[in-house]
Design a protein around this ligand. Structure first.
Ligand code: NAP
Length: 256
């Protein structure tokens, strides 16, 4: 029980990496606030996740509002306080990656990506950190960045800067929040099979190429991130702050 009786907020927890992290945190003893976009199609997924967490003997609440809305962080914190009495861990995971070429990138696509992935994260981290400071018992903040923070992608010119920005945000927040005992770290997933890259990986040539680039010989699964996120959230990582943890099966170091 790495997170016994802790309260964990996870944005983008209805599916993929966020969902896997939510289940693992509950398995490790935490109650969970599930953030998601609020779309009607995700509601059944959220209901299933709440049931799964309750079956583990823990509880969950859900807040469906756009990650890019500067008020979303406050709403998530409010739910955590109302249902569970406070916030111990905040995982900023919600993100989008609508693949598009650079020269004809629509402004709306660029702005929506930056707003969802980075601007929203900034205000949500701020809201969680203010609550943690008020509680006076420290806390852990984890941003789900990407291997794309370190490498480029021709169809991801709007996305990679947001992921590099999240690493930078965690580094600066580690400095700003260290005096309050609040640790801030980033995880950088490689290629993890989820809805975000379903279309891209439907191309079998691209899929095989990504597998071949991965020394561990397979694409990642959402569960591959659940352990690293839970570890960074827990007291086992009590002296880790400002760090970036690649979780990519070795893809990044595989140049030749
Ligand atoms: P996913 O399966 O598509 O899940 C995305 C999650 O984010 C969903 O819960 C979704 O909620 C939520 N979300 C999307 N847009 C939102 C919005 N505007 N407001 C609030 N919530 C929103 O994707 P994933 O692969 O698990 O991605 C999670 C994070 O990992 C992202 O930040 C992504 O950049 C990062 N990442 C993924 C990979 C990968 O290979 N999969 C690699 C590196 C980094 P709804 O269900 O309500 O839409």
């Amino acid at each position: 029980m790495l997170l016994n009786d802790k309260t964990v907020i996870i944005t983008g927890a209805s599916r993929g990496i966020g969902r896997a992290a939510a289940v693992e945190c509950a398995r490790q003893g935490a109650n969970v606030v599930i953030g998601y976009s609020g779309s009607a199609s995700s509601q059944p997924l959220v209901d299933d996740l709440i049931a799964e967490i309750q079956a583990l003997g823990r509880d969950a609440s859900a807040v469906g509002t756009p990650a890019g809305d500067p008020e979303t962080g406050e709403k998530l914190v409010e739910s955590a306080v109302t249902h569970f009495g406070g916030v111990d861990v905040f995982v900023n995971n919600a993100g989008i990656c609508p693949f598009h070429s650079f020269l004809d990138m629509p402004r709306e696509t660029y702005l929506e990506t930056v707003n969802t992935n980075l601007n929203g994260a900034y205000f949500a981290v701020q809201a969680a950190a203010n609550r943690m400071k008020e509680q006076g018992t420290g806390g852990a903040i984890i941003a789900v960045s990407s291997i794309s923070a370190l490498v480029g992608g021709g169809m991801q010119t709007h996305y990679t800067p947001t992921k590099a920005g999240l690493v930078s945000l965690m580094q600066s927040c580690a400095v700003a929040l260290g005096p309050y005992g609040i640790r801030c770290n980033a995880v950088l997933p490689g290629t993890i099979e989820t809805d975000i890259n379903k279309d891209d990986l439907a191309d079998s040539e691209k899929r095989d190429y990504m597998i071949d680039r991965t020394p561990l010989g397979r694409l990642g699964r959402p569960d591959d991130l659940a352990g690293p996120i839970t570890f960074l959230a827990s007291d086992m990582a009590a002296y880790i702050t400002g760090a970036s943890l690649l979780v990519d099966g070795g893809m990044f170091v595989n140049l030749q």
